[in-house]
Design a binder for this molecule. Structure first.
Ligand SMILES: [Zn+2]
Length: 137
């Protein structure tokens, strides 16, 4: 059982590099303070960080998460193309077109589901780095 993390100091939360924030996002942690437990489920993020209180709905409008959807789409489509390309390059004529197509389609369908929380956390990390949170955020 994991212990809840203690809040870090304000300067540590705001002075993190973009790579530190991305690293926290890859671990599905709060990109501002690094705390765990910001997800209710695989598809549902909490409204606020339970440790630092960061409001995860940072956009003024509902289109704030379009960046996360774009990250998710690019990763899913790139993974489908890269895997098919690597299979074709390494196996050549030993693999049929149907196998390549099937693997690509499976990845194109599964990756958006598997990568969903990572894309949202990554977008939040990028947004926090570009628009640092303010007191009371
Ligand atoms: Zn936090």
């Amino acid at each position: 059982m994991s212990q809840p993390e203690r809040p870090r100091s304000g300067s540590a939360m705001h002075d993190a590099t973009v790579w530190e924030r991305v690293g926290r996002a890859v671990l599905l942690r709060c990109p501002r303070c690094g705390a765990r437990g910001i997800w209710r489920s695989w598809f549902k993020m909490k409204d606020h960080c339970p440790t630092c209180g960061l409001n995860f709905e940072r956009g003024e409008t509902s289109d704030f998460w379009i960046g996360a959807y774009l990250i998710n789409l690019v990763v899913a489509e790139l993974s489908a193309v890269v895997v098919a390309g690597v299979m074709w390059a390494t196996l050549g004529s030993r693999v049929s077109f149907n196998v390549l197509w099937g693997a690509s389609m499976a990845l194109a369908i599964l990756m958006p589901i598997l990568f969903y929380p990572f894309s949202r956390d990554l977008w939040l990390a990028i947004d926090i780095h570009i628009r640092p949170s303010e007191e009371g955020d």
